[in-house]
Design a protein around this ligand. Structure first.
Ligand SMILES: Cc1cc2nc3c(=O)[nH]c(=O)nc-3n(C[C@H](O)[C@H](O)[C@H](O)COP(=O)(O)OP(=O)(O)OC[C@H]3O[C@@H](n4cnc5c(N)ncnc54)[C@H](O)[C@@H]3O)c2cc1C
Ligand SMILES: *[C@@H]1O[C@H](CO)[C@@H](O)[C@H](O)[C@H]1NC(C)=O
Ligand SMILES: *[C@@H]1O[C@H](CO)[C@@H](O)[C@H](O)[C@H]1NC(C)=O
Length: 569
């Protein structure tokens, strides 16, 4: 399993060359560098050598460069700005061999991490990246991969929870610098006739840029909870949910058009009127699978005030009974709330609900049971307990207040450690009767009580497109699983140290998970992620990628035996 395929390929290519060069014997100068040299003659200084984020500290732990790495080690923006920067430590490492180049996440300044015998190794970071600037780059990269057998990975921000944007011995196609963004109030997809307000965004645009842009243009865009995830990449291609999704739909629902280079070397436009099969596959079929997207046009909604209701209490007042009471109450009302246009998140000591559909007074009335619950807790003297009803003039100020820290990072803030999670989509039927609700609640409480070295986190995401009206008909239907109303996605994250396979699922739910936030070892993943759509997606995959130049973990049409997965456990 660990024989580096690339070495074999190099030997193969070298022997082919040797034959054309009159049987010149193989020499030790035939190193990987030779292949990469052909790449740099094609791409010049846009070929970047893979270099772990922490490398400067292994080179010289007292240098200014190392001090900067230590300071930014847990910083999402800094990591996403580098080709080799990844959000989660384990996807930089080769988990199977343990080769890596990491600092101590908890104390990045601890010099013990760089003092040991371990040298700094690439792990799963691609050997080289191409800083992609246009379709010709991608076309050439596909040719290169076809000629050399060197695997490709598409890397945008490196947020992936399943290691799909890194890969040992690969060539990374880095889309980060595709930052163009513009607004067309009457965008007509090529070959179509209906006009929609659309934001045309390069694949490298991140949410903090997109939400800022939306604010400046007096529009609203559906995005996720994290400032540095990409707007057009893995998010829309995996489905993409956010607090506005109950009303506005998933990220995938809002794509009007993609511009993409497919692995057969064609630069294509995919929308409801051309390459419809590809358009369908791209909206939920998963990133890194059907081609390299260079640009997406995203349907814009009008700007509107955001109503927020928050219920919380102090971590010092944490108790299982209080969490159970909160989640039980939410379970009773969540369908009614989601149908009224609320989206949000619940955690052990927090519920945050958001809507653009109601006025401030209507919001307070609609959430009266939740607000009363918090008031009662406050009267009982629970530390820090209370409810707040807030109004923000538009989405950006809400997002900045709740979803980012002072540095513009995600509310959860720190990254750079190793993380493992699992998620479940919960069907509407689970909320239908007191019995089904109580079964679900018991399962949630059991799952959230798992022992974990770091604070375990259960997030109940009320972000399914419950009340959204589909804009397009059958052919425009999206490929990802959550078609029916599924108001919850639960996810649970914990630090490294616990075995990667210990994610416990909610057995009361069907085989349905959000592919971007799923267990790495999701069983029955075709059904969990795509349900009935899988066979059709697999056909579309083979049509546009007959040589399987793109392949990623648990992606449509993947080859689980591929050497490219040698670093997975
Ligand atoms: C802190 C955090 C918070 C999150 N919050 C949310 C949330 O609220 N809602 C939500 O839905 N998701 C959320 N996610 C999950 C997120 O949507 C996925 O991780 C997503 O895949 C990230 O896409 P990316 O392009 O930014 O990242 P990458 O890791 O660079 O890419 C992810 C996948 O998409 C592929 N890909 C990326 N760009 C392209 C492209 N241009 N063409 C083809 N394939 C491409 C990659 O090959 C890879 O398979 C969160 C993730 C993190 C880490
Ligand atoms: C490491 O960096 C420091 C600070 O710049 C410098 O003084 C020192 O000479 C460097 N050490 C080596 C081995 O290069
Ligand atoms: C912003 O958009 C809203 C909703 O369409 C509209 O009511 C408002 O007048 C617009 N504001 C500006 C400054 O254009």
């Amino acid at each position: 399993m660990n024989i580096p395929l690339r070495i074999l390929l190099l030997a193969f290519i070298a022997s082919a060359q040797a034959q054309t060069e009159n049987q010149v014997p193989l020499t030790s100068t035939t190193t990987p560098t030779d292949i990469w040299t052909t790449l740099s003659s094609r791409f010049g200084d846009r070929v970047l050598k893979g270099a772990p984020f922490a490398q400067p500290c292994f080179a010289n732990s007292t240098s200014a460069e190392c001090a900067s790495v230590q300071e930014l080690y847990q910083n999402e923006k800094a990591r996403t700005a580098q080709a080799s920067g990844y959000t989660w430590g384990q996807w930089e490492t080769c988990q199977d061999t343990g080769t890596q180049c990491l600092l101590d996440f908890a104390v990045p300044t601890d010099s013990a991490a760089t003092a040991g015998p371990d040298s700094c190794e690439l792990g799963s970071i691609p050997d080289y990246f191409i800083d992609v600037r246009g379709p010709d780059d991608v076309i050439a990269a596909f040719e290169f991969s076809k000629e050399t057998g060197i695997p490709l990975v598409v890397k945008n921000t490196g947020h992936d929870f399943k290691g799909r944007s890194s890969g040992r011995g690969s060539l990374g196609l880095w889309t980060h610098h595709l930052k163009d963004i513009s607004y067309d109030p009457a965008f007509v997809a090529e070959g179509c006739s209906d006009a929609y307000p659309g934001v045309i965004a390069g694949a490298g645009v991140q949410f903090f840029e997109a939400f800022q842009f939306a604010e400046e243009h007096n529009i609203t865009l559906v995005g996720g909870s994290d400032a540095t995830v990409g707007l057009a990449g893995g998010f829309t291609m995996g489905g993409g949910h956010g607090v506005l999704s109950p009303v506005l739909g998933l990220g995938a629902d809002r794509v009007l058009q993609y511009k993409i280079v497919t692995p057969d070397g064609q630069y294509r436009t995919a929308n409801a009127c051309q390459n419809e099969d590809l358009f369908f596959a791209l909206r939920g079929g998963g990133g890194g699978t059907f081609g390299v997207v260079l640009e997406a046009t995203i349907l814009a909604a009008p700007a509107a005030p955001v109503q927020v209701v928050i219920v919380t209490w102090a971590p010092t007042a944490r108790s299982t009974a209080r969490t159970e009471a909160l989640w039980g109450l939410i379970g009773e009302h969540v369908i009614e709330w989601a149908d009224a246009g609320w989206g949000g998140y619940a955690m052990p000591e927090l519920a945050l609900f958001v809507t653009q559909r109601l006025s401030k007074d209507e919001a307070a009335a609609s959430m009266a049971p939740l607000i009363a619950h918090a008031e009662k807790m406050r009267e009982e003297g629970v530390e820090g307990a209370g409810a707040m009803v807030l109004e923000f003039p538009s989405f950006l100020p809400f997002f900045i207040s709740f979803m980012t820290d002072a540095g513009g990072n995600a509310g959860a803030g720190k990254v750079g450690y190793s993380v493992s999670l699992t998620s479940r989509l919960v069907p509407r039927a689970s909320f239908a009767t007191p019995h089904t609700r109580s079964t679900l609640l018991t399962a949630l409480m059991t799952a959230s009580a798992l022992p974990a070295p770091d604070a375990p986190l259960m997030i109940i995401q009320i972000t399914a497109p419950t009340a959204a009206r589909p804009r397009t008909s059958r052919r425009g239907a999206r490929a990802s699983r959550p078609r029916g109303a599924r108001p919850y996605t639960t996810s649970r994250a914990w630090g490294c140290g616990i075995g990667m396979r210990q994610g416990r699922r909610l057995w009361v739910t069907p085989d349905a998970a959000y592919l971007n936030e799923a267990d790495v070892y999701e069983p029955n993943h075709e059904v969990s992620f795509w349900g009935d759509h899988y066979p059709e997606l697999a056909t579309i995959k083979m049509k546009y990628d007959p040589d399987r130049l793109l392949d990623c973990w648990q992606c449509v049409g993947w080859n689980p035996d591929s050497e490219r997965y040698a670093c997975y456990l």
